[in-house]
Design a protein around this ligand. Structure first.
Ligand code: K7E
Ligand code: CUA
Ligand code: CA
Length: 647
């Protein structure tokens, strides 16, 4: 073993001097975990390189620029950014370029502000245990993507995954609320997800009808607790985006990770870092090459139609065989394995639909895979799938995710280098062909610190506009006022419209800014008030209010109109199973009321013309002042009603 092998990462030679981080160094890296990343930060600060001053110096130097991107009161942002919130389980909405947080959408988490996980309506979406409580109260949102028409967002839906419990959620863009959640069968670690952009066969269907879901963790199928890992497998799943029901699954070797889809609807891709099918991390980085796995959507669906399927462990979902051994003949293969250097992380398609960028993570390279060459392999016209790789520039340490502009440039986050690197795809291809004058890397900028996802404005669409890049960083360290051991994270806005990237805003974000999409504001059309008719339980006339008893089951119907509820008091008996239905009759935009019941752990809101309900057992006798929790009126504090529970 060479001496270098045991040196900490920040003493390693620059990336150009070694093709891959070798396994011994990586064991040290992984074992040291975060401290490796942080020591890289330390180094940067103690000895700033020219053009890379310390964090503080940089802020001072660029203050003049920052004002240009401010959005003054009365003006609106140009873009929405929809962002997954990691293990908060929610989705956030920001305005760009201001960086203002506009809303948090509860999805897999409980949310006291709106009553998500508390109301019957939200529990019906979340799914419940036999006792009526939510099946899960935790979640881990990693990736958000919208539905498409003709290669651009259609403003209808947004889809987000829950890695923790392998669920896919859909969020309506008109109300920006979650309306469906599906738990994937026989999947653990559902990580990457992506909507399709058109049908692979029917050219009339130029919009999203499927959502692909990559299963990262291999498990026994069926999941009987066996430690014999040779039997563990992962599944790649396809969900109908309209019904939110399972369509099919593909059994694969290795793992799925991130997911990308082609603009012609023909292919879905996932990067694979664990082709070794290792159980422990050192096993997962044993091989020098892993892969990017491509799925031939039309062939998979033909196989499903032809009944070439199995089912797994009580699930009725058809499963086709996408394993390497069964897919050696390109002309019938359902999957194509393109070898990619060491533990790739992230796969993204360029807005022209021609190239996938798949980064090495433990290799300082990004591999460029040509879409048409993968199709050629499936036609039997490309001997070796590796020949679909048309460039592999060395771009820096720890490359993860890539965004694209409209000028043929790619922007990749470098986790270990704490940088964004801008590189030109065409130049990278020339260099790969042997052109010594071609220069792939165009520019670099420091970010603070350890970026995960990075993404460009409209960059996941044909309308990529090359204006902004956001770096969602995993560590903020010294960037903000200290707030105890749990730090704020950072999201940084970079202007990419010129030749040089310019850092133009630097915001703290509550953990964890994970992945986002930046969407032009004209694409999103929201509703400001609901339609009362959409709610089957709506109390349409305040006169319908009252207490309706059926044995021990009691329904309380009431309405809200600032600053009163339609019932001044209502009486229950101890032990009643009570359902409260509340309809907000206010029609004024922004006039939301709340309903909190002390000691009963109930709080929810009703937006204009909305109806919500809660069910609970009146097990505590006494007088309980139910009050409006959402500031609504000068007499907001007076807006209350008595719940009287008789012993
Ligand atoms: Cu890179 Cu979950 Cu998107 Cu994290 S994955 S960064
Ligand atoms: Cu109604 Cu506050
Ligand atoms: Ca590997």
């Amino acid at each position: 073993m060479a001496q270098d092998d045991n040196k900490p990462l920040d003493n390693l030679p620059d990336p150009g001097r070694r093709k891959f981080l070798n396994t011994a160094a990586l064991v040290g890296l992984s074992g040291a975990g975060l401290s490796v990343g942080l020591s890289a930060c330390n180094k940067k600060e103690s000895a700033p390189a020219a053009g890379a001053p310390s964090a503080q110096g940089e802020v001072k130097g660029e203050v003049g620029e920052f004002g240009k991107y401010e959005v003054p009161p009365g003006q609106l942002d140009d873009y929405y950014s929809f962002s997954s919130g990691g293990h908060s389980g929610e989705v956030r909405i920001y305005g760009i370029p201001s960086g203002r947080e506009l809303k948090r959408i509860p999805v897999f988490n409980m949310d006291a502000l709106v009553g998500w996980g508390i109301t019957n309506e939200s529990k019906a979406i979340l799914g419940t245990k036999p006792n009526g409580t939510p099946k899960y109260t935790t979640g881990d949102t990693h990736h958000v993507h919208q539905s498409y028409v003709d290669g651009v967002y259609d403003g209808k839906y947004m889809f987000v995954n829950d890695k923790l419990h392998s669920r896919l959620a859909r969020v309506r863009m008109d109300t920006m609320e979650c309306d469906k959640i599906l738990e994937l069968p026989n999947v653990q670690g559902f990580h990457g997800t992506f909507t399709d952009k058109r049908d692979p066969v029917d050219s009339k269907i130029n919009y999203t009808t499927r959502v692909f879901c990559g299963g990262e963790f291999a498990i026994p199928l069926p999941n009987a607790g066996t430690d014999d890992a040779s039997k563990y497998r992962s599944l790649f799943s396809c969900v109908n985006s309209d019904t939110m029901e399972m369509m099919w699954q593909v059994l694969i070797d290795g793992n799925c990770d991130l997911v990308a889809t082609s603009y012609d609807g023909k292919l879905a891709a996932t990067n694979q870092y664990n082709t070794e099918m290792g159980v422990h991390y050192e096993d997962m980085m044993a091989a020098e090459m892993d892969a990017c796995l491509f799925f031939n959507v039309a062939r998979i669906e033909e196989a499903v139609k032809a009944g070439k399927v199995t089912t797994i462990a009580g699930s009725k979902v058809p499963v086709v065989d996408g394993t390497r051994a069964s897919n050696k003949d390109p002309k019938t293969a359902l999957t194509c394995t393109v070898p990619i250097p060491k533990n790739p992380h992230g796969v993204n398609i360029s807005p022209d639909g021609k190239y996938y960028a798949c980064s090495g993570k433990l290799s300082p390279t990004a591999s460029v895979i040509e879409h048409d060459l993968v199709l050629k392999w499936f036609d039997g016209e490309l001997a070796n799938p590796r020949d679909a790789v048309v460039a592999e520039p060395e771009i820096g340490l720890g490359p993860l995710h890539t965004g694209f502009d409209n000028k043929g440039n790619a922007y990749t986050t470098l986790f270990l280098d704490s940088q964004i690197v801008k590189w030109n795809v065409a130049e990278a291809i020339k260099a790969y062909k042997g052109d010594k004058n071609a220069k792939a890397v165009v520019d670099r900028i420091d970010v603070h610190y350890q970026p995960g996802h990075g993404f460009t404005s409209m960059g996941e669409t044909k309308d990529s506009d090359g204006k902004y890049f956001i770096s969602d960083n995993k560590f903020s360290k010294d960037r903000f006022l200290p707030v105890g051991p749990l730090h704020a994270e950072t999201a940084q806005l970079i202007d990419i419209s010129g030749d040089k990237m310019k850092l133009v805003a630097d915001h703290s974000v509550y953990s964890e800014p994970h992945d986002s999409i930046i969407v032009r504001r004209d694409i999103i059309k929201t509703r400001q008030i609901y339609n009362m008719d959409e709610f089957p339980l709506a109390v349409k006339d305040p006169k319908e209010s009252g207490v309706f008893r059926n044995g021990k089951k009691v329904t309380v119907k009431l309405t809200s109109q600032a600053p009163t509820y339609s019932l001044r008091e209502f009486k229950l008996k101890k032990g009643d199973e009570v359902t409260i239905i509340l309809t907000n009759h206010d029609k004024v935009e922004d006039l939301t009321h709340g309903f909190g019941i002390p000691k009963y752990d109930i709080q929810f809101i009703v937006n204009p013309q909305e109806t919500k309900s809660v069910t609970f057992i009146a097990d505590k006798p006494g007088v309980y002042w139910c009050y409006c929790t959402n500031f609504c009126h000068a007499l907001h504090l007076e807006m209350r009603t008595r719940m009287i529970v008789e012993a």
